[in-house]
Structure formats: structure tokens, C-alpha cells
Design a binder for this molecule. Structure first.
Ligand code: FMN
Length: 356
């Protein structure tokens, strides 16, 4: 396998792109400056907002960084289920004193974002929720970008490899927030754990793999590298960092004993995503239709009002399975700690292997 930009990172840690204001330019630049790979999240922003964040990162670092974009899906949905969900959510909107958002489909400014990616010549570009066409990937590569596609199954890994992806971000079921799933019957996610999925994909695709999902400690990092990944992508572990833009109510919920479980739900956005179980999730999980991004747009005003009103029970508290291990510290310190723990874990494991 050829050496890639991922193999040249001083620290084999990728800070996950986290849409919704979490992965700020400061967080991405801090991680890249420290020797990892920082990422901006292009999702939910306009192309122009995404461009401004790219400029902001470039003002803070000359090291490589990444930009992540959502691939738009099909425009189909069950209108009847959507309108009955809308009716239910109106009660929440009344309670919070805000209008319910419009139930619209959009492509998240896809074409305009591609133009920004081409013009700005981004070192690393990653995609989630789908696999772009071979033409788009070829154009980005010819433009000097290293292209990653996020996958959740062997089927998706094959599609991404055939389209020309240069690396795969392998997202295990442990992962926080949205599942990247794009090719499973009726959007029924297979929920495969990271270590199983890495082994399954390694045997069929000869591409560098990035492991994502539930990686919180240096021991996890060492394990994922030993499992064949060339780097680990961590989201939840960065949520409580000083540079993270996660809402303070979200940060607090991660250590609040009243939130003791995560599940994958469509309740907030119409797309499967892992979050802490709160009142809203428990109440609407079974009711929410598979309609992304319509449900996302519908609940946006509710989630925003809830955050302003300090109400964690109506917010989307995205979190991976390992959320309890998220530490409150500057991102550069977290990277050093993870590396120190990983080295110690490897030393210990080598001691055991030598005895075999
Ligand atoms: C708050 C949050 C927002 C996320 N937003 C995105 C995103 O915009 N794009 C993306 O590819 N992945 C996104 N992810 C998923 C991460 O890329 C990654 O798969 C996940 O964080 C790994 O699991 P972990 O959270 O247990 O580390 C997000 C994760 C979190 C926690």
C-alpha cells in the first residue's frame, strides 16, 4: 500500500468533522498544529460560510487540514408519516414559544460547496451520507486533494473504492451523531462494531483505513492501529475540549449522571444518529420517519430554543458510546495524553506478546 498524507501525520489522530458548530476553525487548527489532522465540518452551512471557515483555519495553521461535506441523498419520504410527525412536534414548538421549522428537502448547497473545495484546493476532503461520483472524486484528486469516503459496511466500502476514494473512514456502530450509512436496504443500518467492520473491510479493500467510533483513550487508539487502521478519527473525545464549539448544555450533559445511555435515533433529523437518551428522544424515537433533512429542518428551531432555555431534554445531545470518558481539557493536551497512553498500552501489549 502506498504511503499517503495520513501516514505522514506526526500523531495518527483525526479530529472528526462535527457539524452544528462543534468543530470550530480554532479546534481544527489546534489539532493540525499539534501534529494530528484537524477537520472543518461543511454540513448545515452555506458554501460561503464554509469558505470563510477555511480562510480562518489557514490564518491559524500552515499544516494540512480537512473539510467534510454531506453528500445529498434521494428526495423521497413518506409524506403521511412526515405530516403526522409534524403535527406532534407542533406541541413542542408551542411549549417552547417558537415556530416549527419548514419541512423542506435540500441538498445542503452541494454544488456550491464542491466549487469551494475545487477553488480552495483543500489538502484533505471527506464525505459522509453518500459516495460522490467517480468524476467528482477524480477532479478533487487532480486538484491536489486527498479524498476520503466514510463507510459503515463492506458494501459501501466497495462502492467508495470503485469510485476512486483514496482512504475510507470506517465508522463503527459506537460512533457519536449521524451514521454515515448510504447503502443498506431501506436505510436499515447494520450497526457493525468498529473492530469487526475494520477486519471485514481490510480483507476486501486495499486502501488505508481510518477507524472511527468509541475511541476515547490512548488504549483505544493503540487497539485501532493494531487492528489495521492507519489513523483514528475521534469526535466525542473532543466535545468537551476548550476549543470545541459544542453548546455548554451539551458539554454538561456528557458528565451528568441523569444521562446514562446512548441510542441511535431518527427523532431529531430523520437520519439515524447516536445521542444521549433524553425526554425528546425517548418520546419521539419510534414515531420519527426516515426523512432527512426534512425532520432536521423541522426540529432546528426547537433544538435552538431548547439550548437557549437551558433545556437538555429537547436538544440533540450527540454522543458516541464512550462519552463518559470525554475530558475537559485543551485539544493539544488531549492529543499528548492520548499518545502517551497509546505508547504505554503498546509497551504493555508487546510484553504480553513476547511471552507467547
Ligand atoms: C457532535 C458530532 C457531530 C458530528 N458531525 C459529523 C459531520 O458533520 N460529518 C461527519 O463526517 N461526521 C460527523 N460526526 C461523526 C464523526 O465523524 C465520527 O464518525 C464519530 O464522532 C466517531 O465516533 P466517536 O464520536 O465515538 O468518536 C459527528 C460526531 C459528533 C459527535
Amino acid at each position: 500500500m502506498q504511503k499517503t498524507i495520513l501516514h505522514t501525520l506526526r500523531i495518527p489522530i483525526i479530529q472528526a468533522p462535527m457539524a452544528g458548530g462543534v468543530s470550530t476553525p480554532r479546534l481544527a487548527a489546534t489539532v493540525s498544529n499539534a501534529g494530528g489532522l484537524g477537520f472543518l465540518a461543511g454540513g448545515y452551512k452555506t458554501a460561503e460560510e464554509m469558505r470563510k471557515e477555511i480562510i480562518a483555519v489557514r490564518e491559524m495553521t500552515s499544516a494540512p487540514f480537512g473539510v467534510n461535506v454531506f453528500v445529498p441523498g434521494a428526495q423521497s419520504s413518506d409524506e403521511k408519516a412526515l405530516s403526522s410527525y409534524q403535527k406532534e412536534l407542533r406541541k413542542e414548538a408551542e411549549r417552547l414559544g417558537v415556530p416549527l421549522g419548514d419541512c423542506q428537502w435540500d441538498d445542503d448547497d452541494w454544488e456550491a460547496k464542491l466549487v469551494v473545495l475545487y477553488n480552495e484546493k483543500i489538502p484533505v476532503v471527506s464525505f459522509t451520507f453518500g459516495c460522490p461520483s467517480a468524476d467528482i472524486i477524480a477532479r478533487l484528486k487532480a486538484n491536489g486533494s486527498f479524498v476520503i469516503v466514510t463507510v459503515t459496511s463492506t458494501e459501501e466500502a466497495i462502492i467508495a473504492a470503485q469510485a476512486g476514494a483514496e482512504a475510507l473512514c470506517v465508522q463503527g456502530e459506537e460512533a457519536g451523531a449521524h451514521r454515515a450509512v448510504f447503502r443498506n436496504a431501506k436505510d436499515a443500518d447494520q450497526h457493525i462494531g468498529l473492530f469487526t467492520l475494520l477486519q471485514q473491510i481490510r480483507t476486501i479493500v486495499d486502501l488505508p483505513l481510518i477507524g472511527a467510533g468509541g475511541i476515547m483513550t490512548g488504549r483505544d487508539l493503540a487497539a485501532v492501529l493494531a487492528a489495521g487502521a492507519c489513523a483514528a478519527q475521534l469526535g466525542t473525545a473532543f466535545l468537551r475540549c476548550s476549543e470545541s464549539g459544542a453548546h455548554p448544555v451539551h458539554k454538561a450533559a456528557l458528565v451528568d449522571p441523569q444521562f446514562s445511555e446512548t441510542v441511535v435515533t431518527r427523532a431529531f433529523t430523520g437520519r439515524p444518529a447516536r445521542g444521549l437518551v433524553n425526554r425528546f428522544l425517548a418520546k419521539y424515537d419510534a414515531m420519527a420517519p426516515a426523512a432527512y433533512p426534512q425532520v432536521h429542518h423541522m426540529t432546528k428551531s426547537l433544538r435552538k430554543a431548547a439550548a437557549e432555555q437551558n433545556d437538555p431534554h429537547t436538544m440533540a445531545l450527540w454522543a458516541g458510546r464512550g462519552y463518559r470518558l470525554a475530558k475537559e481539557m485543551p485539544a493539544a493536551e488531549l492529543l499528548s495524553l492520548l499518545m502517551e497512553e497509546a505508547r504505554e498500552a503498546v509497551r504493555e501489549a508487546m510484553g504480553r506478546v513476547d511471552k507467547l
